[in-house]
Design a protein. Structure first.
Lengths: 108, 116
């Protein structure tokens, strides 16, 4: 079983839609969780950390469910500029472990 | 502020040649990470350094790969001899580690390597 699993997508949504991604992880000892964003042919960049109580940053909301070992990212009022690959990241057996990413395409 | 700097940005070489990728981390960061990204395998951690010392190199594919960090502002990743399956984007990232590897990692723009 992969340490981090994500649906690769693509998720094709219209502008203004709400979209949610989930990510499951296998290492129950993971302590820290993040969402990174990667644009096509660019480097990954930190989008937000994920806290146990859930956290929000503008249109983005992240949740952590330790019992079921998954994290989620909710994007409200999608913009064209949100089109990217979203990487689930956590502290694993080796420093940070990255999921393969979920591709989001927001359409006009 | 300058981010992580990598060179070259693109490298095309022939099988069997030596390839050297370079990275300058963000000033003041004490941890440096080398990653490889391919469509098939995603983003893989190859090796990381803390205070110029290699901490975990278990991701280095084989003896053809080596990495050094002679000082806090420079690191190299060398492939010798290169093979077509080494074709990938190689990222360098740095962070400030005072609470372990949970700190935000800042990535460089990557080196796109093609081995013919």
């Amino acid at each position: 079983r992969k340490e981090v699993e994500q649906d690769p997508g693509p998720f094709n949504v219209p502008e203004g839609a709400t979209v949610a991604f989930n990510c499951t992880y296998s290492n129950s000892a993971s302590q820290s969780f993040f969402w990174y964003r990667q644009d096509c042919r660019k480097e990954p960049k930190l989008l937000m950390s994920v806290y146990s109580s859930g956290n929000e940053d503008g249109r983005f909301t992240a949740q952590l469910n330790r019992a079921s070992q998954y994290i989620s990212l909710l994007i409200r009022d999608s913009k064209l500029s949100d089109s990217a690959t979203y990487l689930c990241v956590l502290t694993g057996r080796r420093a940070l472990t990255f999921g393969s990413g979920t591709r989001l395409q927001v359409q006009p | 502020d300058a981010g992580v700097i990598q060179s070259p940005r693109h490298e095309v070489t022939e099988m069997g040649q030596e390839v050297t990728l370079r990275c300058k981390p963000i000033s003041g960061h004490n941890s440096l990470f080398w990653y490889r990204q391919t469509m098939m395998r995603g983003l893989e951690l190859l090796i990381y350094f803390n205070n110029n010392v290699p901490i975990d190199d278990s991701g280095m594919p084989e003896d053809r790969f080596s990495a050094k960090m002679p000082n806090a502002s420079f690191s190299t990743l060398k492939i010798q001899p290169s093979e077509p399956r080494d074709s990938a984007v190689y990222f360098c990232a740095s962070s400030h580690r005072d609470r372990g590897y949970t700190d935000t990692q800042y990535f460089g723009p990557g080196t796109r390597l093609t081995v013919l």
